[in-house]
Design a protein around this ligand. Structure first.
Ligand SMILES: NC(=O)c1ccc[n+]([C@@H]2O[C@H](COP(=O)([O-])OP(=O)(O)OC[C@H]3O[C@@H](n4cnc5c(N)ncnc54)[C@H](OP(=O)(O)O)[C@@H]3O)[C@@H](O)[C@H]2O)c1
Length: 273
């Protein structure tokens, strides 16, 4: 278990840094003294963030890249290693999803969800883990989701991609621990970010809407988890109770999930009709 308590001199690469959780985390890591490599597709957003970090006295490099493209990831990782001399902390955060029925979700987009959320994570980890193992020191953060522990309807492709990320993180954590590399798997609940467009907000079950929280608390919790050498983080923490309920009473959990998701949406539609 490697505790990350100081970010002075830490070189961090954050994917999905142009928006939401990744953007907030990058700003916070820079304030704590880390040097940043910022990855996402939107170059202008990354450039703006890099300038904001530099204006605050920090150090940041904008590296536009589509994480779903293995060659782009390899080239981007090589550039980050060359410019920063190594990466100590990799945060695999880039991702997207929808609330969409399986039958309405076109196959192409379902495949893309997997490519971005899972394969993008795999590609960056493959590219940056070897130099961590070589140095005998490193941290890998996987931003999965509560949807990667408890699957809910209308999130099939997204849940599958996040279950894959959780599985990768759990297995790798054991494999690389003795090489000095620490793995933290993060499962956020419902966080207020541009992840939820108007379509997503309209289809979001009422219970999820009520649970929405700001990203600052999540970023604080991620830094606390790294400082304590934790291997998993669910935020808000109370949501983790559901994992135990699911394990002990799967039938009850299934009924609750149905009632609070598609059941609640159907009731809401009947009321407003
Ligand atoms: N918000 C939530 O409630 C919530 C809950 C659980 C888990 N999460 C997870 O948290 C992570 C961050 O989400 P967020 O809420 O911060 O959403 P967001 O504001 O929409 O940010 C998503 C980030 O991912 C990047 N991204 C998407 N596709 C990409 C691609 N192909 N290549 C490179 N970058 C890509 C986006 O940048 P570009 O568009 O510039 O490429 C953006 O920076 C995601 O993995 C999401 O699944 C979010």
């Amino acid at each position: 278990m490697r505790k990350l308590r100081s970010y002075q001199g830490i070189r961090a690469l954050v994917t999905g840094a142009s928006s939401g959780i990744g953007r907030r985390l990058a700003l916070r890591l820079a304030r704590e003294g880390a040097r940043l490599a910022l990855v996402a597709r939107r170059a202008a957003e990354l450039q703006r963030l890099a300038e904001e970090i530099r204006a605050g006295g920090g150090d940041a490099l904008a590296l536009p890249c589509d994480v779903a493209e293995a060659q782009q990831v390899a080239a981007t990782a090589a550039r980050a290693l060359e410019q920063l001399g190594g990466i100590d902390l990799l945060v695999n955060n880039a991702g997207y999803g929808h609330h969409r029925r399986f039958l309405e979700w076109d196959l192409e987009d379902m495949e893309r969800v997997m490519r971005v959320n899972y394969l993008g994570t795999l590609y960056f980890t493959k590219a940056l883990l070897p130099q961590m193992v070589e140095r005998g020191r490193g941290w890998l953060v996987f931003v999965a989701s509560v949807a990667g522990r408890i699957a809910t309807p209308e999130e099939t492709a997204y849940a599958a991609s996040k279950f894959a990320v959780v599985g990768l993180a759990e297995a790798l954590s054991i494999e690389v621990e003795d090489a000095g590399v620490h793995v933290l798997s993060v499962c956020p609940g419902v966080i207020r970010t541009p992840f939820f467009d108007d379509e997503a907000l309209a289809r979001m079950p009422p219970v999820a809407r009520r649970q929405m929280v700001d990203p600052e608390g999540l970023v604080d919790a991620m830094l606390r988890a790294l400082a304590r050498g934790k291997r998993t983080l669910t935020y808000p923490r109370a949501l983790a109770v559901a994992y135990a309920v699911r394990a002990l009473a799967p039938g009850f959990m299934r009924r609750q999930v149905k009632r609070n998701t598609i059941g609640a949406l159907a009731r809401e539609r009947r009321r407003t009709r």
